[in-house]
Ligand binder design. Structure first.
Ligand SMILES: NC(=O)c1ccc[n+]([C@@H]2O[C@H](COP(=O)([O-])OP(=O)(O)OC[C@H]3O[C@@H](n4cnc5c(N)ncnc54)[C@H](OP(=O)(O)O)[C@@H]3O)[C@@H](O)[C@H]2O)c1
Length: 261
């Protein structure tokens, strides 16, 4: 099962896994408006609603038996300086990007444990391991997902279940159009926020092909001994830089790249 297949990375993952012979259930919030994907069975699910998640999982298990592969992909981005962001906006971001993953995973785990086999891939981001000015709560939600996934892997490994992180960098999808902005704004951040958000949004427009993410997901799901982290595309170099470049140098380069004052 893959969440959030109405567009972008999720759509590509569902298509790719189907082409490789898997029976794929793809979740969408609005099945009426969702465009069909050849061979993929669409299921209604809003990852922020307990009842919707429970119903979708029961529906899939009823049709196909225990779910072996789960890809938690559904998510959106929230932009704005951290000081401009309300707790409620931050809570909504976490409700989808973090608690959504927890909700879907907890709904699926009992069957996976009993079955004695399962693979769970969480779609994180390069922003799960580097800071992101003006995308701070989004980055925090992905950092939380990284800690959650690494910990879960230790708890469920003895049941034959493994959890992995796929970490795309800028990827060409509808994420810009679907992103939300903090409603209250502060003049002191306005110019820099505009500049940084524009740079990042342009990078998405010229970003990696979502197929590269689907390939990494396929590898994580099928390789005999999975790694915890699968950085993708431009994320591969960034992940190395983060690990091996001294913190001060990394900090200066990040500020230079985003032309921070
Ligand atoms: N594009 C990038 O540069 C990039 C980089 C790193 C990581 N990512 C991550 O990749 C994942 C997919 O993003 P994308 O780039 O493919 O963006 P996208 O084209 O906007 O797709 C997002 C998907 O998430 C679904 N979704 C959003 N909120 C949901 C909810 N409450 N319940 C169920 N589904 C929900 C959307 O479905 P609806 O049609 O129902 O809205 C849509 O199918 C996200 O987790 C994102 O953080 C993206």
């Amino acid at each position: 099962m893959t969440t959030g297949v109405s567009s972008g990375i999720g759509r590509e993952i569902a298509q790719f896994l189907t082409e490789r012979g898997a029976r794929v259930f793809g979740t969408v919030r609005d099945p009426q408006s969702a465009k069909a994907i050849h061979g993929v069975e669409l299921v209604r699910m809003d990852v922020t609603e307990d009842a919707s998640v429970k119903e979708a999982v029961q529906n899939v298990v009823g049709k196909a038996g225990p779910i072996q592969f789960l890809v938690n992909n559904a998510g959106y981005a929230l932009t704005g300086a951290l000081e401009e962001t309300s707790v409620e906006e931050a809570r909504q971001q976490f409700e989808t990007n973090f608690f959504g993953v927890l909700r879907v995973t907890n709904a699926i785990l009992p069957e996976m444990r009993q079955h004695g086999y399962g693979r769970i891939v969480n779609i994180s981001s390069a922003l799960g391991f580097v800071p992101a000015p003006y995308w701070g709560i989004y980055a925090a939600s992905k950092h939380a997902l990284e800690g959650y996934t690494e910990t879960l892997d230790h708890e469920v490994r003895r049941f034959g279940v493994r959890t992995m992180l796929v970490e795309p960098a800028y990827t060409k999808t509808k994420i810009n159009g679907n992103s939300k902005s903090a409603r209250s704004t502060l003049e002191v951040y306005a110019a820099e926020r505009k500049r940084v958000v524009e740079v990042a949004q342009q990078n998405v427009e010229s970003g990696d092909d979502p197929r590269t993410v689907a390939e990494a997901v396929f590898q994580a799901l099928t390789v005999k001994s999975p790694r915890l982290r699968y950085p993708v595309g431009q994320g591969v170099a960034l992940s190395r830089l983060r690990r091996f470049v001294p913190a001060g140098l990394f900090d200066r380069n990040l500020r230079k790249q985003f032309q921070l004052d």
